[in-house]
Structure formats: C-alpha cells, structure tokens
Design a protein around this ligand. Structure first.
Ligand SMILES: C[S@@+](CC[C@H](N)C(=O)[O-])C[C@H]1O[C@@H](n2cnc3c(N)ncnc32)[C@H](O)[C@@H]1O
Length: 258
C-alpha cells in the first residue's frame, strides 16, 4: 500500500483522458446512481445550513458543488484533473460567485493545508476516496481544515460488495408455482487492500485506477486522523425490477471532528 502513491501520476493521466467523457455522461444533473443512491443519503448526513462554508473534495465536473450552493452553502471545490476543473467551471458558470474551483492533489498535504485552518463547516467527498492513492494526507488535512465539531461526509463504492473481481449474478429458478429470479454478488477479494483497474462508466476511454480498502482500513485511518463516526448509510435502488436492491452499491459515512 505504501507504494500506491507512486501511481498517482498514472491515475491523474487517466482521469485527464476520461474527463470529457465523464462530464458528458454526468451532464447537468449527474446519472441515476448519483441522483438516487449518493445524493439523498449524502445530503441527509451533511445537513447543510444556510451560509455554511463547504469543501467539495474531488469534485469532478462540479455538479454536486452546484447542489451544495442550492442547499445554501458557499463552496470551495477541487480536483486534481485540470480538464475536469475546466469542465466544472463551464458547467457552473452561473454559480462562480458562490463556488471557488481549484486544482489540488488530494494526496498532497501541503497543497491541501494551504486552503486554510479551521475555515470549513463541512467537507464532502463523493465517490472519490477509492480513487485516491493515499487517503492519509487528506484525512489529516481535512481534520485541520474543519472548524471545531466539523463534519466530513464521504461516499465510496461499498468496500464489502464492490471490490476487485466482484461478479454480479442473476439466477432464475423454476419453483413450479412461479419462476423466481434472484440477483447476487460473488466476492473474491475483500480483506487485502488492492490497487486495480476498473471502469466507473462502461465505455469510458481508459480504465481508471481504484484503491480498494476494507472497511476496517478505511475507518482506522479516519480514527487515526482524530475523527469519530456519527452517521452511516447504505442506500439501495428503490425498485421492483431485477436490481441489487438488497446489496448496497455504496457506503456513506459521516465523520466528525472530535
Ligand atoms: C468518481 S469521480 C467523482 C467526482 C465527483 N465527486 C462526483 O461525485 O461526481 C472521482 C474523482 O476523483 C478525482 N480524484 C482522484 N484522485 C484524486 C486526487 N489524488 N486528488 C484530487 N482528485 C482526485 C478524479 O479526478 C475524479 O474527478
């Protein structure tokens, strides 16, 4: 794990290549996964109040930064992809009085700490920690950047159910009185942290690098930075169709500065 940091340049290069594709697929309102799985639970845990100063970590094309403003926040948003920040500035053209966009590498403590000291009420990292090679500098810096009792909400691909080489399975069984279709996930790798290639969106130009950390690793690093856990959500799609509606695709955690 200690050598994952050497993959940051490669991971950034891939996000630069994928930036326009991601921006196009997310569009103005992001995809169903963000709208139905990530946003409602993240917003419930963040509990934004009018005028709060929010840090949006690894903001991508800025769609959630806009949403944070709509909820009453004043936002500083950053990403290490120059191309995504360019896209974000275009997407958020009418919000630039309330959002400051910056290019910052979340693995670089010194860059992060330049944002200030105890100046944010809340921080959020949507679907990003599993894309970041080393989350220690980020957790330590966010602890410093937050005001006393500040909140940090992060969402990640659920480490128990969305991990390296995981398979999605749909089985159909004829039970006589009815034919039952069940969906499941098959898990092969969970406990060992791993860097691996994957596709966040099918058809993206190049695979991105993921950094799988089991739940214990993710939380121990958060505790070591000084945070306590004050909220957790495991959202699922609300549908009758064949979906993995018993297996949450994402995990959303609220950390609080102790
Ligand atoms: C799955 S996207 C999520 C983007 C956005 N938060 C959203 O929810 O739409 C992951 C983002 O993490 C960013 N990222 C990955 N590693 C990073 C790093 N070391 N520093 C800053 N951003 C990083 C990528 O450029 C990408 O925009």
């Amino acid at each position: 794990m200690s050598n994952w940091i050497t993959t940051t340049d490669e991971s950034k290069k891939r996000w630069e290549t994928n930036a326009d594709f991601w921006d196009g697929r997310m569009g103005e309102h992001s995809n169903r996964f963000h709208r139905e799985i990530i946003r409602p639970s993240t917003e419930a845990l963040l509990e934004i109040n009018e005028g709060e100063v929010i840090l949006d970590i690894a903001c991508g094309n800025g769609n959630f930064s806009k949403r944070l403003v709509d909820l009453g926040g004043r936002v500083t948003a950053f990403d290490y992809s120059v191309n995504l920040i360019e896209n974000a500035k275009k997407r958020c053209a009418s919000y630039l009085d309330k959002i400051t966009f910056k290019v910052i590498d979340a693995t670089n403590y010194n860059q992060l700490i330049e944002l200030g000291h105890e100046c944010f009420d809340k921080a959020v990292a949507n679907m990003a920690l599993m894309d970041i090679a080393d989350i220690n500098p980020l957790l330590n810096a966010v602890y410093e950047l937050l005001k006393s009792n500040g909140i940090f909400v992060f969402s990640v691909m659920h480490p128990c159910f969305q991990n390296p080489k995981m398979r999605k399975i749909v089985e159909t069984e004829d039970l006589g009185e009815r034919v039952e279709t069940r969906s499941a996930v098959q898990i092969f790798n969970y406990i060992t942290p791993q860097c691996y290639e994957g596709n966040g969106i099918v058809g993206q130009p190049v695979p991105q690098l993921y950094y799988h950390r089991p739940l214990s690793e993710l939380l121990e690093q958060s505790f070591r930075a000084g945070f306590v856990v004050t909220g957790i959500k495991e959202p699922v799609f609300n549908t009758d169709k064949i979906e993995w509606n018993e297996v949450p695709p994402a995990l959303i955690i609220r950390l609080q500065k102790n």
